[in-house]
Design a protein around this ligand. Structure first.
Ligand code: NAP
Length: 317
């Protein structure tokens, strides 16, 4: 099959990808957004897994994450963005146009490429975690909290996500215990305060989960906690384990070609979104381990589209 060549191909459909699409579409570049089916995370990105977004400018009463993404998607479509739902399996950046291969077999060629593939939840890598994933172990309170009505759960992590998940889970669970590996939280003051003020939230400090206990039929029954100071281990009964220990950027397809930093995030030439390969740009959580907000991802998407437009103009593509 002959592949079509597009001026701008955007991989990823979170706030970065969709904002890039709106800007590229308004520049008459007729962008194509490839949104993954299984790769890295949900279609529409991590925002679709949150409940209310309270800090996106312009929504004084807050907006549901899914509604925000739906709005961004429709906005980009209105100006001529097209979407395909497909998992990209290979990206060839050795020459222009770049070649993108997907599961469906429909190859696409791209004069410029914007990588907005986001990040996926980090895992603990301890015994029992994989076996009980989806059977009481989760990285998404919004998705799975409902199953823990009147049950006791633990949340691992000390950042904003952990506080958000813990507070959200108290809508269902009878008790939520946050397990943090230090005795000081990383979370912002307002998120800490919310969790501290909630009677259903308790904390265990200086501890990590060393093993998840349970069986495939009954789900999680407990965790083995390791004390970070003494090294002692104890069993702690719980019905569920929620992980909120950060994210890993989705760079599998390009990590051997593009430069990444020590944490695996794509390196861009600040203040632009240009990666190590001319014509390839990166935006959002895949290249940002500092801010990781919906609004900063959207801002980077805007920059990437403008960078792509200027690149095309300069290269007569
Ligand atoms: P994060 O800020 O990187 O925090 C990750 C937490 O997990 C840290 O407390 C870290 O411990 C802990 N951790 C990491 N690896 C671990 C391991 N292997 N075992 C045990 N604990 C581990 O990630 P995040 O909370 O997902 O937040 C990411 C970004 O999104 C931040 O910029 C945050 O502000 C933002 N965010 C904002 C909101 C909001 O404003 N509503 C909500 C969610 C997230 P240490 O502290 O010891 O490193």
């Amino acid at each position: 099959m002959t592949a079509t060549t597009r001026n701008v191909v955007i991989i990823g459909s979170g706030p970065a990808g969709l904002t890039a699409a709106t800007y590229a579409a308004r520049a008459n570049l007729e962008p194509l957004v490839i949104e993954g089916v299984t790769a890295g995370g949900p279609t529409g990105g991590q925002l679709t897994l949150t409940t209310e977004v309270e800090n996106y400018p312009g929504f004084p009463e807050g907006i549901m994450g899914q509604d925000l993404i739906t709005g961004m998607r429709e906005q980009a479509e209105r100006f001529g963005t097209t979407y395909v739902t497909d998992d990209v399996t290979e990206i060839d950046l050795s020459s222009r146009p770049f070649r993108i291969t997907s599961t469906s077999g429909d190859d696409v060629h791209a004069n410029t490429l914007i990588l907005a593939t986001g990040a996926k939840p980090r895992r603990l890598d301890v015994p029992g975690e994989d076996r009980l994933w989806g059977q009481g172990v989760s990285a998404c309170a919004t998705c799975d909290g409902f199953f823990f009505r009147d049950k006791e759960v633990v949340v691992v992590g000390g950042g904003d996500s952990a506080m958000e998940e813990a507070t959200f889970l108290t809508k269902f669970a009878s008790k939520v215990t946050v397990i943090h590996r230090r005795e000081e939280l990383r979370a912002s003051a307002i998120m800490q305060e919310r969790a501290f003020k909630n009677d259903k939230v308790e904390f265990i400090w200086n501890a990590t989960v060393a093993e998840v206990l349970g069986d495939d039929t009954g789900g999680v029954t407990g965790v083995v906690l390791a004390d970070m100071v003494t090294g002692d281990t104890t069993e702690f009964d719980t019905d569920g384990l929620f992980l909120a220990i950060g994210h890993i950027p989705n760079t599998d397809l390009v990590a051997d070609v593009l430069e990444t930093d020590d944490d695996g995030y794509l390196v861009v030439e600040q203040p632009t979104t240009q990666t190590a390969v001319p014509g390839v740009f990166a935006a959002g959580d895949v290249s940002d381990h500092v801010y990781r907000q919906a609004v900063t991802a959207a801002g980077m998407g805007c920059k990437a589209a403008i960078d792509a437009e200027r690149f095309l103009a300069a290269n007569d593509a």
